[in-house]
Write a protein that binds this ligand. Structure first.
Ligand SMILES: C[S@@+](CC[C@H](N)C(=O)[O-])C[C@H]1O[C@@H](n2cnc3c(N)ncnc32)[C@H](O)[C@@H]1O
Ligand SMILES: [Zn+2]
Length: 329
């Protein structure tokens, strides 16, 4: 965690929502970069603590639930040879938590550091100002892209620690390694050397899109690229996005509405159900209404922009995402 980002963004506790976070313990650091430490809420009746692991502060409200749900992400090692990793992957098998993580991380790392499909969605929006937040940044390539474009401080936030680890490695060592899926359980180890001019402007934090640890009106720019259909409550995520924006700030929201009941219960979907209703199950009118409710005025909108996701050697999915550029009233 960069102290510069911490001091500029002045995070608040996601539990009591009033206490400022302070650096209670600095265990390991490299200049202004705190690699291991503990943050604590200054509110005496709260005093929650949040760990900083591998340079990534984990500032989530349900910290105990998060830690017990994510031991693999947290303790996963990245120093195994491709041969041994392949053997362990074969033994654990398809559908194992290990294989699912390896696949997801590989998909986004490959796009973010070799291809740039998500970054090209961001490039459809005119953006200026800061500081900026990239919500659901995954492996962080779009966060670096945003920082280079804006030349402003940017924080990338995501709940997936394995993804954030790749982002952190890009930030701190300029090296990105990931497993690129060929077929089945067969992967090739890829390595990309990465030296963006924007490095100093970027940091990555582990936070929930629906409970961001920032005061109202903190950010001048926000990106929420392909995230709304991955969170338990898209409505809460839009509300949070609107809350942390300064008046006049720009938010770019893109979503393929690719609902999965594992990520979002059907009741939380924006469209995609109730075909008998006024909108016949369409999502777009509901997102527009939700944005209006939260004080986000639509500046421009594209109904279907191509976004490709490579799954393996013989499979690439092409979505048509709804892309909306909004301005906070
Ligand atoms: C489909 S991926 C998109 C990643 C990236 N924005 C892109 O377009 O390449 C969705 C991302 O949202 C993250 N995510 C899901 N639920 C989240 C939450 N509640 N808070 C923050 N991030 C979340 C996932 O971990 C994942 O990295
Ligand atoms: Zn607190």
């Amino acid at each position: 965690m960069r102290r510069g980002h911490f001091e500029a963004l002045r995070p608040i506790c996601p539990v009591c929502r009033s206490g400022a976070l302070t650096i209670a313990t600095a265990i390991r650091q490299d200049d202004d970069d705190l690699l291991e430490g503990i943050l604590s809420c200054a509110n005496v009746s709260c005093r929650r603590e949040y760990p900083i692991v591998d340079g990534i502060p984990i500032i989530v409200a349900a910290i105990r639930a998060w830690l017990s749900a994510n031991p693999l992400q947290l303790l996963l090692r990245d120093d195994l040879s491709p041969e041994l990793e392949g053997l362990l992957g074969d033994v654990l098998g398809s559908g194992s938590a290990f294989d699912t993580l390896r696949q997801h991380v590989g998909i986004y790392a490959h796009d973010h550091y070799r291809v740039g499909n998500a970054a090209s969605l961001l490039d459809r929006a005119p953006l200026a100002g800061g500081p900026a937040i990239d919500v659901g940044c995954a492996t962080g390539g779009t966060t670096f892209h945003l920082a280079s474009r804006l030349e402003q401080r940017v924080v990338g936030v995501d709940l997936n620690f394995a993804m954030l680890r790749v982002a952190s490695s890009a930030l701190r060592s300029g090296r990105v390694t990931y497993a690129r899926r060929s077929v089945g359980l067969v992967y090739e180890r890829e390595e990309v050397l990465f030296d963006p001019p924007s490095r100093e402007l970027v940091d990555f934090w582990c936070c929930d899109a629906a409970a961001l640890p920032f005061a109202d009106a903190t950010f001048g720019v926000a990106a929420s690229i392909n995230v709304l259909d991955c969170v338990p409550s898209p409505r809460d995520a839009v509300r949070e996005l609107a809350r942390i924006l300064q008046p006049g700030a720009t938010a770019v929201i893109a979503t393929p509405y690719d609902w999965s009941p594992n990520a979002t219960p059907v009741e939380g979907w924006i469209g995609g159900h109730s075909q008998r209703g006024d909108h016949r199950g369409a999502a777009e009118p509901l997102l527009r209404a939700l944005l209006a409710d939260e004080g986000l005025a639509i500046v421009s909108e594209e109904e279907s922009v191509p976004w490709k996701v490579r799954l393996h050697e013989r499979s690439t999915v092409e979505y048509g995402v709804h892309l909306v550029v909004t301005q906070k009233m």
